[in-house]
Design a protein. Structure first.
Length: 263
């Protein structure tokens, strides 16, 4: 894992108070504009949802932030539940646990493969959040970061479905730094990123590249407008650059409006 890899200049945010204030103000202003009661989101025990929850709590106060813990199987997700409940206590927010096992099991007669069934779980989480958002007049906050959105590393109409995306402008490296800055528990920050969709599933394993390398490729391409050859010359292996370019291209449909013909 390329934890010691040097980042390009300007990729890493130095003044972390700036994004903190921008995101907090964004959440507060958007909720007030809609006239709704607050925010709901899925808290997985991972760093992205922990950061969004922390920023939303600062923006709105703990009484206007609600989180759902939605493991597929509680007994197999105890470490994430423990980390999530630690943050919940730290922030003083309300939560509800909803196990997805029975709902996911209902899809087994369709003989779905592992990825398709994992996407079912992600979409069931979306349904759960929106059911509670409707019930309590809340907005659903997404937890996607810039690295994942650009590569399409989210389930369409699953974790990609939300009313606002507070950390969509942060690369994963800056998600970590801002989380440290805000005092999010180390057990969450240092955890191997995973969507928890099946046993031993990891984000980096599915992406085929470490987050540090991914951030570098994306930053050089989108923020510096480097060509693929220039990124290789910078120091990233060709196969990894090609992998990221493929992910970006293949997931373009996830970031665009639903197409329809001109009539």
């Amino acid at each position: 894992m390329a934890t010691t890899m040097k980042f390009p200049e300007d990729l890493v945010i130095q003044d972390l108070e700036r994004p903190r204030k921008i995101i907090v103000n964004f959440i507060r202003d958007y909720v007030e504009k809609t006239g709704l009661e607050g925010i709901i989101l899925g808290l997985s025990g991972g760093i992205d949802s922990a950061l969004v929850t922390t920023l939303a709590t600062e923006a709105l106060g703990p009484e206007r932030v609600r989180v759902m813990l939605m493991p597929v199987q509680k007994e197999k997700d105890e470490h994430n539940i423990k980390d999530a409940t630690q943050l919940i206590k730290q922030l003083g927010i309300s939560f509800e646990m909803f196990e997805l096992k029975q709902a996911v099991d209902a899809f087994h007669p369709l003989n779905l493969d592992r990825v398709a069934l994992g996407n079912v779980a992600a979409r069931l989480r979306m349904i759960t959040l929106y059911s509670q958002a409707n019930q309590h007049k809340l907005l659903v906050a997404g937890t996607g970061n810039r690295s994942e959105i650009l590569t399409g590393y989210f389930t369409k109409y699953g974790d990609g479905a939300c009313d606002l995306l507070p950390i969509a402008g942060l690369y994963k490296a800056n998600v970590r730094l801002l989380s440290e800055h805000l005092g999010i528990p180390k057990s969450i920050i240092e955890k191997v990123p995973s969507a928890g969709l099946w046993a031993n599933q990891t984000d980096e394993g599915e992406l085929g590249i470490t987050y540090n390398e991914l951030d570098i490729v994306l930053f050089l391409r989108f923020d510096r407008e480097y060509t693929a050859d220039q990124i290789v010359d910078w120091g990233i292996e060709r196969k990894k650059v090609d992998r990221v370019y493929h992910l970006v291209k293949a997931s373009q449909h996830k970031r665009e409006p639903i197409p329809s013909p001109d009539i």
